[in-house]
Design a protein around this ligand. Structure first.
Ligand SMILES: Nc1nc2c(ncn2[C@@H]2O[C@H](COP(=O)(O)OP(=O)(O)OP(=O)(O)O)[C@@H](O)[C@H]2O)c(=O)[nH]1
Ligand SMILES: [Mg+2]
Length: 330
C-alpha cells in the first residue's frame, strides 16, 4: 500500500486555485479541495469536495457542512500524519470552514499546518474577518504560516490582479512543496517548519534575483517583504533558496548576511538549498516575529485579550449528521 508524506487541503476559492498548483509540484501527497464553486480543477490528482451551501450561505451553515466534510477528508487520509490546510482568509467560505476542518483533523491526531493568505489592504471589508479567521486558525492548528497578499510579491501596480494571483499561487505552491521535500540533502526538515510555525507569528517573504547579483537581490527582496509586514525584528528564520544549481558558498553567505542586516535577526537563520535548472534564485523566508501588521486589522483582539468571539466551533452542531448532501466531483 502506498504511504504518503503529506495531505494538502485547499479551502475556499483561493485554496482551490493554490491546491491545483501544488498538485503538480508534490509527488508524494494527497490533495483535496473543499469549496462551493463548480469549476473543475485541472488534472486528476485533486479530489474535489463540493459543499452544498447554495441555499443558505451563512457562516454557520458553512461551518456545519465543513464539519461534516472533515469526516470525509479523514477517511481519505487515514494513513497520513502531516496535513496542510491552505486558505485565503477574508471571504465567508474559507474563513468559516478552514478553522473547523483544521480543528477536527487535529482532534483526529493529525499534525496540522495552516497556510493562510491574507487579503490586500484595499479589500477593506475583508480585513477584520481575515484576522479573526487567522486567530482561529492559530488556535486550531499546530502551526500557522501567514502569507500577505500585498507583501508576498513586490508587484508593479500595473499587474492585472489575476496575473498577480497566478504568480503568487505558483510561489505558494513552490514554497509548500519545499516544506515537504525529503529528497534534497541540503533541505530543511519539515519538523523544523512545524516547530517554527508553532511559535506564534510567522510571516513569509519572497524575493527573486537574476544575473550576477542574484543572491543579494533575492535576499533583499525577501527581507524587505518581511520588514513591511512587521515593526519588530525577526527572532529566528528558515530560508529556502531555490534555483541556480551552481550557487557558491559565498552566495549562501551573502544571503544570510543580507537577510540578517535587513531584518535585524539575531537568532538562528537556517538555510535549505533546492537546486534546479533556473538561471535565477528565489529566496523564501519564513520568519518568527513578535507581532505583525495583520494584528492591527483586528482591534477587538486587544480589548478582549484571551476571550474569544464566536469560537465555540461546535456550538449548535448536531453530531448526528447526514453525509448525503456532500458531493465529490469526479
Ligand atoms: N494568492 C491568492 N489569493 C487569492 C486568490 N483568490 C482570492 N484570494 C485572496 O483570498 C481572500 C479570500 O478570497 P476567496 O478565497 O475568494 O474567499 P472564499 O473563502 O472563497 O470566500 P467567499 O468570498 O465567501 O467565496 C481574498 O480576500 C483575496 O485576497 C488567489 O487565487 N490567490
Ligand atoms: Mg469563494
Amino acid at each position: 500500500m502506498l504511504s504518503y508524506d503529506v495531505a494538502v487541503v485547499g479551502v475556499g476559492t483561493a485554496g482551490k486555485r493554490v491546491i491545483e498548483k501544488i498538485s503538480y509540484k508534490i509527488s508524494n501527497g494527497i490533495f483535496l479541495s473543499i469549496d462551493d464553486t463548480e469549476w473543475k480543477i485541472g488534472g486528476d490528482k485533486v479530489k474535489e469536495i463540493k459543499l452544498n451551501v447554495n441555499f443558505e450561505r451563512s457562516s454557520k451553515r458553512i461551518k456545519l457542512e465543513a464539519y461534516k466534510a472533515s469526516k470525509v477528508i479523514a477517511e481519505e487520509i487515514t494513513d497520513v500524519k502531516n496535513v496542510v490546510v491552505v486558505a485565503g482568509l477574508g471571504g465567508i467560505f474559507a474563513s468559516s470552514a478552514a478553522p473547523i476542518i483544521a480543528k477536527s483533523l487535529k482532534e483526529l491526531g493529525k499534525r496540522v499546518l495552516g497556510v493562510t493568505i491574507m487579503p490586500f489592504k484595499f479589500e477593506k471589508s475583508r480585513l477584520f474577518r481575515a484576522t479573526v479567521g487567522l486567530r482561529k486558525m492559530k488556535m486550531a492548528c499546530d502551526g500557522v504560516i501567514v502569507i500577505g497578499n500585498g507583501e508576498f510579491i513586490e508587484k508593479s501596480p500595473q499587474t492585472p490582479l489575476f496575473k498577480a494571483y497566478e504568480l503568487e499561487n505558483e510561489w505558494i505552491g513552490n514554497l509548500i512543496s519545499k516544506l515537504f521535500d525529503r529528497e534534497n540533502v541540503y533541505g530543511i526538515n519539515s519538523k523544523e517548519t512545524y516547530r517554527l510555525a508553532s511559535e506564534g507569528n510567522i510571516v513569509v517573504g519572497v524575493g527573486v534575483g537574476e544575473g550576477t547579483g542574484m543572491a543579494e537581490d533575492a535576499a533583499t527582496g525577501a527581507s524587505s517583504a518581511l520588514r513591511r509586514q512587521t515593526n519588530f525584528d525577526v527572532k529566528e528564520a528558515l530560508v529556502y533558496v531555490v534555483g541556480w544549481k551552481e550557487i557558491s558558498v559565498g552566495d549562501v553567505s551573502t544571503i544570510v548576511t543580507t537577510f540578517r542586516g535587513i531584518t535585524c535577526c539575531e537568532g538562528e537563520v537556517r538555510v535549505g538549498y533546492y537546486p534546479n535548472n533556473d538561471r535565477s534564485l528565489t529566496v523564501y523566508a519564513l520568519a518568527s516575529v513578535t507581532g505583525t501588521k495583520f494584528d492591527e486589522w483586528d482591534p477587538i483582539q486587544k480589548i478582549l485579550k484571551g476571550r474569544e468571539l464566536d469560537f465555540d466551533v461546535y456550538s449548535d452542531m448536531s453530531v448526528d449528521y447526514d453525509l448525503s448532501g456532500i458531493k465529490c466531483l469526479d
